[in-house]
Write a protein of this length. Structure first.
Length: 168
């Protein structure tokens, strides 16, 4: 859960933010917990923890990231508060991924969604995560934001619909 941040207030260049050992250890612990415990269902209007597996855009290696998968309107989504995070950039380079739990490995392709579809997904994600400050604080809006308040920020937030695909 790391990426790039603007270097300076006027510059357009970004400098790489490397995660500290605490974040790496936290992610590893969360992945172990997700893959060892019974999976919660991904219900409409809520989320469930899963492990996202992407292919690294530079290395080609499989990368695992703990993730909250959002269910809304019969579809499932990934929400990223910062388009510069590695997992989001990996999916921009190769949209194929796997969503894993203890009981299943589900191959999927991610599809960027239009703003009118994305804003309600972000509302659902923020509402579901309201008691998790580490997740909420990454967004440019608060947990009670409306779709109209979210829309102006969607250029910096990535929302991807998960489309099932056949296993390779």
């Amino acid at each position: 859960m790391h990426g790039f941040r603007r270097a300076g207030s006027r510059g357009r260049r970004y400098r790489r933010i490397v995660p500290g050992p605490d974040l790496v250890a936290l992610n590893a612990s969360m992945i172990d917990k997700i893959l060892s415990g019974p999976p919660d269902p991904i219900v409409d209007g809520g989320y469930a923890r899963r492990v996202l597996r992407t292919r690294g855009r530079r290395t080609g290696l499989v990368r695992s990231t703990p993730m909250g998968v959002v269910g809304l309107g019969g579809s499932q989504y990934l929400v990223c508060p910062d388009t510069h995070r590695d997992w989001a950039r990996n999916l921009a380079a190769d949209p194929d991924c796997t969503i894993a739990s203890r009981d299943a490995e589900l191959p999927a392709t991610t599809v960027p969604v239009p703003d009118d579809e994305a804003a309600p997904v972000v509302v659902t994600y923020l509402s579901a995560m309201r008691n998790l400050p580490f997740a909420i604080n990454s967004f440019p809006v608060g947990p009670d934001a409306t779709p109209d308040e979210i829309r102006p920020h969607l250029r910096t937030i990535r929302v991807l619909r998960l489309e099932p695909r056949a296993a390779a």
